[in-house]
Ligand binder design. Structure first.
Ligand SMILES: [Zn+2]
Length: 241
């Protein structure tokens, strides 16, 4: 453990944590804002799988309680308190995923859902202990960055921009896919997981598919899924070998 590293991580007082529902909203808003997306109620309804009126009511409460503001164009923005509380729950979510995946051996495709249930109750002290146990990992088991480490994933290459025939290391599967359990099970079954070596065989835009070679097998992915996967080039030496 590097103490300086740990000191940089966002801490948010346990006694000031909002309700689990508000934490869920904050987490989604944080991820969307992290990716530079405009956050609208409709987008939240889609992510949270709740009705637009439910989102409207919850967001109104969150505005009242100072977690978010709503601009004239109806975009939702985190306040400073909202951003800190959001970073805290996103970090607890990812640490819980790491604990489940690395220590408890929960299947990769299942850890997001499991962590979603546990993250709200993780104390600051336990979160710090988990961070130590997972060696201060800066990405979750899906390759998404822990809050404060977003720069790590900026260098990654979208799978759809990868050169066909070249070998890459799969590095990241976005939260947009994480929240789809059947898709996650499919990816895991076909070894389309972080750490796997992948080669793009062909991209067929008119068919909306991309065929990749992963762990010695070919698998056909939809473009919508492939758009949420990132890779990194294998070392030049490895490519030449
Ligand atoms: Zn994750």
């Amino acid at each position: 453990m590097v103490p300086a590293e740990r000191d940089r991580l966002p801490e948010y007082p346990e006694e000031l944590r909002p309700t689990p529902t508000v934490e869920d909203y904050l987490g989604v808003i944080y991820v969307l804002a992290r990716d530079g997306e405009s956050v609208f109620g409709r987008k939240l309804a889609d992510w949270m799988e709740v009705s637009p009126p439910t989102v409207t009511a919850t967001v109104q409460r969150m505005v009242r309680d100072g977690w978010v503001t709503m601009a004239e164009d109806k975009t939702i923005h985190l306040t400073e308190a909202g951003r800190r509380a959001a970073a805290s729950v996103v970090r607890r979510h990812m640490l819980t995923e790491l604990l489940l995946a690395r220590v408890l051996g929960v299947p990769w495709s299942r850890v997001h859902e499991e962590a979603h249930k546990l993250e709200h109750n993780l104390t600051t002290e336990t979160a710090a202990r988990v961070a130590e146990v997972v060696n201060e990992s800066t990405v979750c088991p899906h390759g998404n960055p822990l809050p404060g480490h977003e720069a790590l994933t900026e260098e990654l290459i979208p799978l759809l921009s990868a050169a066909p025939g070249q070998r890459y290391l799969l590095a990241r599967v976005h939260e947009e896919i994480e929240r789809n359990p059947r898709m996650m099970a499919f990816l895991e079954e076909h070894c389309v997981v972080p750490g796997a070596e992948v080669i793009v065989i062909e991209v067929l835009p008119y068919n909306e598919t991309v065929t990749v070679h992963a762990a010695d097998r070919e698998v056909v992915l939809g473009l919508a899924v492939a758009a949420h996967i990132w890779v990194e080039p294998l070392a030049a030496a490895a490519n030449g070998a």
